[in-house]
Design a protein around this ligand. Structure first.
Ligand code: SAH
Length: 229
């Protein structure tokens, strides 16, 4: 079993103090207790400094397993949900290109960037995208490509993708996104309205047909049409 997060102290997070290392280890043990098994996912959650993705005033809560506000009415997803979506999306395989819809603060993007060759991420709210870009620059994540646009349109020029991860909830699976998925690829997407949403795994078989599996009840912000400012 690979459990590099259990090593102390971890040279990748030196400088932020032992308390932070302990709170991160506590988070990882909680995710394991909740059923997250992929060591690459646990390692990524341990390594990515979530406190840099939330407002400074909330950074002491960054390693709690909870969603937090990131401004402009949006939220950073709960670590358990990020871990669960990533684990299902990658299914323990080597994945080259992932499209993410809803960059937000960029936390999920950063978790993915350590595990796949290239991450393409679309955000409709420009200031959120700019803040995320600055964080990726600081963290030297050179395999992340950002686009200010409407995720309903996907990113045709870079399609097809091996995997697509949607982090805002549309009323149903957008056909354009399904079309941009490679045969054999996987899409993880919350679908529903404000009252009721489910997380779906959509697999595109070799004939291009969708297979649909319902995972968990979830609560995401709505996926909205068009771009914001
Ligand atoms: N992955 C993020 C989650 C952010 S919340 C994280 O780890 O923090 C979801 C994000 O989806 C919000 O930032 C919201 O602005 C964005 N979003 C909603 N509809 C969208 C659309 N049509 N295209 C692109 N982004 C969208």
């Amino acid at each position: 079993m690979i459990q590099s997060y259990a090593k102390t102290p971890d040279p990748r997070i030196v400088g932020i103090g032992m308390t932070s290392q302990r709170t991160r280890e506590r988070l990882i043990r909680r995710l394991e207790a909740e059923g997250i098994k992929d060591p690459r996912v646990l390692d990524a959650i341990f390594t990515v400094p979530r406190h840099l993705f939330v407002d400074e005033a909330l950074s002491h809560r960054a390693y709690e397993d909870t969603a937090l506000p990131i401004g402009l009415g949006q939220t950073i997803s709960q670590p358990y949900i990020v871990a669960r979506m990533t684990e299902v999306l990658l299914a323990g395989k080597q994945v080259n290109s992932v499209l993410e819809v809803g960059t937000g603060c960029g936390y999920q993007t950063a978790v993915l960037s350590g595990m796949v060759q290239k991450v393409y991420s679309i955000e409709r709210i420009k200031p959120l995208q700019e803040r995320a870009r600055e964080r990726f620059r600081q963290l030297r994540l050179n395999n992340v490509f950002l686009r200010h646009g409407d995720g309903f349109e996907g990113w045709g020029a870079q399609a097809p993708f091996d995997a697509i991860l949607v982090t805002a909830a549309p009323p149903s699976v957008p056909q354009t996104l399904f079309d941009q998925l490679r045969c054999g690829g996987r899409m993880v997407i919350p679908v529903g309205d404000d009252d009721s949403q489910v997380l779906l795994l959509i697999t595109k078989d070799e004939q291009g047909r969708p297979q649909r599996q319902v995972l968990d009840p979830v609560r995401f912000v709505p996926m909205l049409q068009g771009i914001g400012n």
